[in-house]
Unconditional design. Structure first.
Length: 108
């Protein structure tokens, strides 16, 4: 019984180690500002909440052409889309270590 438990615990430790390594390598975006202008052809939307490595509240919008836009949370057009249910913006995954900072130059 003791040997089986030891093998099980070792297997669990290895799986946990490799799972943590994969998660840490995911790159997160970080908007350091937002633009109030309306964005068209929206493919996906995510709400960026404040976190340790990115202290700015914004919405990340990915367009059909693959461009990423950072939008101010108070933008009236965005609020209307979210409040009417026409656009859903789940929270960006928070517990990661690596991220990419976006500014206006990166988004053009």
């Amino acid at each position: 019984m003791g040997k089986s438990l030891g093998i099980w615990l070792l297997t669990l430790a290895v799986v946990t180690l490799f799972s943590a390594s994969e998660v840490d390598s995911i790159k997160l975006l970080c908007c350091m500002g937002g633009n109030p202008e309306e964005v068209h052809n929206i493919k996906k939307c995510f709400e960026q909440v404040r976190r340790v490595d990115c202290n700015y509240h914004a919405f990340l919008i990915i367009t059909n052409s693959g461009n990423t836009r950072c939008v101010e949370p108070g933008s009236p057009w965005l609020k209307e889309l979210i409040n009417t249910g026409k656009l859903q913006c789940p929270h960006v995954i928070q517990a990661k270590r690596r991220f990419e900072v976006l500014d206006d130059v990166d988004m053009e």
